[in-house]
Design a protein around this ligand. Sequence first.
Ligand code: GDP
Ligand code: MG
Length: 163
Amino acid sequence: MTFTLAIVGRPNVGKSTLFNRLVGKKLALVDDQPGVTRDLREGAGRLGDLRFVVIDSAGLEMAEDDSLQGRMRRLTERAVDEADICLFVVDARAGVTAADEYFAEILRRRARHVIVAANKAEGRAGESGALEAYALGLGEPIRISAEHGEGMDDLYRLLVPLS
Ligand code: GDP
Ligand code: MG
């Protein structure tokens, strides 16, 4: 049996970088084609022996500023509803922001399973950010680096019992 994993979180935390790592695409393909809005990007994800559908809320980067919050909410709700598991990404270096709290609230109400990932945590960076992420009340965050591939073993261990 397979499952659907939605990568959610505010813009710029590293969702697309993680998406590309899980589907095995080159980083050069991060950006969508100009003029093409694909709100929810879907791919075939793999991690170890796990195979799953992975969703990236890719349209957020193109949102108009004045409608960003409403658009983020609608997109996130769609991704959450399609997902068996939500991977909630925060930026461990930036710490938890008001936008993160906003997403956390949506996930608390709506998501079946949530894994919190404090990204950009390569080296010793982002230790305090990961602690802040714990206070979101969505479980113990894993520290990952989507760019450098760190923490993928922890992600695997959390996905296995949910898969
Ligand atoms: P998205 O808006 O959430 O999809 O974020 P992106 O994947 O587009 O990444 C936003 C920025 O964060 C880019 O400049 C990435 O190179 C950078 N980034 C992503 N993952 C990491 C990471 O693990 N460590 C660091 N230092 N930067 C990262
Ligand atoms: Mg993105």
